[in-house]
Design a protein around this ligand. Sequence first.
Ligand SMILES: Cc1ncc(COP(=O)(O)O)c(C=O)c1O
Length: 391
Amino acid sequence: MDNYIQQEKKYFLQTYNRYPIVVEYAKGTRIYDNQGNEYLDFLGGIAVNVLGHSHPVVLEAIEKQVKRYMHLSNYFYQDIQIEFAKYLLEISKYDKLFFTNSGTETTEGALKIVRRWGNLRNKSKIIAFTGGFHGRTYGSLSLMDKPTYKELMGPFLGNIEILEYNDVTALKENVNEETSGVFIEFLQGEGGLRKVSEEFVQELWNLKNKYNFLVVADEVQSGLFRTGKLFAFEYYGVKPDIVTVAKGLGGGLPLGAILIASPLQNIFEKGMHGTTFGGNPVACAAGLATLKCIYPGLIPHILEISQYLWKRLVEIKEQFSSKVLEVRGLGLMCGLLLNFKANLLVEKLLEQKIITNSTSGNVLRLVPPLIISKDDVDNLFIGLKNALSNI
Ligand SMILES: Cc1ncc(COP(=O)(O)O)c(C=O)c1O
């Protein structure tokens, strides 16, 4: 094991804090290392492995597609891409999409749409919010405020204002006729599992009606039924103009999509946007098989297990009220606000072979596969109790 850890240090740019685990294989909600240890996975590849690892239906879909062809380019009509697009648009009630490979590429594409739409109307200002996370490329970074992601990397895109999340006054003071678009996570992931307030959303839509701008919902982490609904914004009764999705969309393979409502369907002309790999047919096959497993069949389980997980987390909060301040998030994108650095709890859970991670300093984040069982939740509960008793 050490050998691989040393080699990683030798060969890779040191950008990741990795767990000290060299993985042999993974199945369901479990990851197995090359020392024979079994880990319970409450990270799910950072909200990617929605059906757990190596789900047989997904493997079969991948195998079938690999045998037909793996890549052709977007110069061809490909049945699997088209079937997936149809299914995704039908259940999301959006009208057109563009496939990408990742979350940050969906942000970049959405930025281009917003800029072009704005330039056609003499609107140049884009708004985003503190605590937001939209990816690591330049456009995405330009929408984010956290210094550690951006230090000494400027200049960034201009005409972007980052306002305080959930600050209604700041919104009213800064959104105006010059605004072309607003990028928002209705439930922030990296920003510490914070939800947007009802009041904030209401004011955003008041301003949208008054000034006419586009709202882009970043559902890269919160989308695809993780919260119990297809998208987190559905809890607020609004319909954004553009939605970005990725993470679990490819069933574990790299895939993202920008979904748009019909008024924007002609925003790009041929050649204005494109990608070599986006919408890769194998990723689409895996994604379609995954989404069909989730919707509608898995929804009752997601709702039930979310409720059970929250019940257990609330018990933990009550039992360790001096250390656990809040249970946060929605559905299976949830966690604990602690009064100490969450990394400490992540380490203590790892000692018990439970994988979690932390965002935003004091927040423990849980984004497990949507197929987790009550036993898995009980194991986490025991792990949390042990860990918190020793901190
Ligand atoms: C809300 C949100 N948007 C965008 C991204 C970027 O996605 P990717 O890492 O696939 O580029 C992430 C990744 O964590 C995310 O959580």
